[in-house]
Design a protein around this ligand. Structure first.
Ligand code: ZN
Ligand code: ZN
Length: 362
């Protein structure tokens, strides 16, 4: 089977030399690596398309899709990925094992509504890795070298769902106000006093309502994909309407958490927010919620893509991954320790202590 670009409209070849064009991070342009020709990504839409949730969940069902995308599943770790580049050699973003272009097959998906385009280019990502791993003195030198291998660093767009909804709830409960009483007690045969906190409860009932905006739910169920929470924070104000051209030169992961499951998580999140509103509405020092009749309306959702750089590297049979947030440059990762570096450090310290002890005795 031959791997082909989807449609002529999606093809991003250079108008000047015909080479493949890639999205240039931090810009709104595609750039040709060979001749330097640049082309603006025309933003046709000025606002995001919020999709009506009810329609997708009930009318179209769980296997809903609006578009197709070519995916390759990694035979080694099972991770799925869409690669928008004619690499000579392909390797899995998660485990570094080779991928076969012959394994590419089209799959249906709900086309993303918005994307935070990469702000950092791969050079900046490498510099961030280098700085981070350079600061980790105990990491083996071999690992340091391999982690910086440009072949091992991939820019990946991660899938997320975001949900918006109008929420209202009527509730009953109790408001608790603290007060203090003075109690006397006997200790060592003497009468003493102390202040004791009590709560006065009163009935409470009412209604709360508001708009819940952009509940962000990870749409990746892949086990390998445990992006540390420290770096999975993006500024969603930088979202722009989706255009396939932003994916040029990068890898894209297709969601593996269904819209329905994503919505279920979002509902739990909305419930928590509503309970906070109710507590604030009841007031007092502490609250009890007896019943809350909550309903969401005008629910909409978006499928969005967020940028991250991953460097997957094998060291002594174990896979290690380093991450750089593609928007903020925040770095995180795990690494093995070098036995010999630690061994020699301990020996050096012991010798130093020995010498000091000798001087102290004299
Ligand atoms: Zn060109
Ligand atoms: Zn893999």
């Amino acid at each position: 089977m031959e791997y082909k670009q989807k449609t002529a409209a999606d093809k991003k070849s250079c108008a000047n030399c015909g080479a493949e064009m890639k999205y240039k991070p931090g810009s709104e342009q595609l750039a040709c690596e060979y001749c330097g020709y640049e082309e603006f990504i025309a933003q046709e839409k000025s606002s995001f398309e919020e999709l009506e949730l009810d329609h997708y969940l009930q009318t179209v069902g769980n296997n809903v899709f609006t578009d197709t995308i070519d995916m390759i599943d990694c035979k080694h770790c099972g991770a799925n990925q869409h690669i928008e580049e004619n690499y000579k050699t392909l390797s899995c973003v998660y485990c570094g094992e080779p991928l076969l272009i012959a394994d590419a097959h089209p799959e249906g998906w709900i086309k993303p509504g918005a994307v935070v385009p990469f702000q950092l280019d791969v050079k900046k990502a490498r510099r961030a890795f280098k700085k981070w791993i350079g600061g980790v003195w105990f990491a083996p030198n071999k690992l340091k070298k391999a982690a910086l291998d440009p072949e091992a660093i991939h820019g990946l767009y991660l899938p997320y769902w975001t949900f918006d909804a109008q929420c209202k709830a009527s509730y009953t409960g109790q408001r608790g106000d603290y007060y203090y009483v003075t109690e006397t007690y006997r200790s060592n045969g003497k009468t003493q006093t102390r202040q004791v906190r009590k709560t006065r409860w009163s009935q409470a009932a009412g209604n709360v309502s508001g708009f819940i905006d952009d509940i962000l739910i990870s749409a990746s169920a892949q086990k390998q994909n445990q992006i540390p929470s420290k770096i999975s924070r993006w500024n969603l104000k930088s979202l722009v309407p989706f255009d396939g051209k932003f994916l040029a030169g990068f890898v894209t992961e297709k969601y593996t958490v269904s819209l329905k499951d994503g919505h279920h998580s979002a509902f739990q999140r909305a419930k928590k927010i509503t309970y906070d509103w109710i507590r604030a509405d009841i007031g007092g020092d502490t609250q009890r919620i007896s019943s809350a009749d909550m309903s969401l309306s005008e629910e909409t959702f978006k499928h969005i893509l967020l940028p991250i750089y991953i460097s997957a590297y094998k060291f002594k049979g174990k896979t290690y991954r380093f991450y750089v947030n593609g928007q903020t440059g925040q770095v995180s990762g795990k690494h093995p320790y070098s036995f010999w570096k630690i061994f020699f450090l301990v020996i050096t310290i012991l010798i130093a202590i020995g010498i000091l002890a000798m001087f102290a005795q004299q």
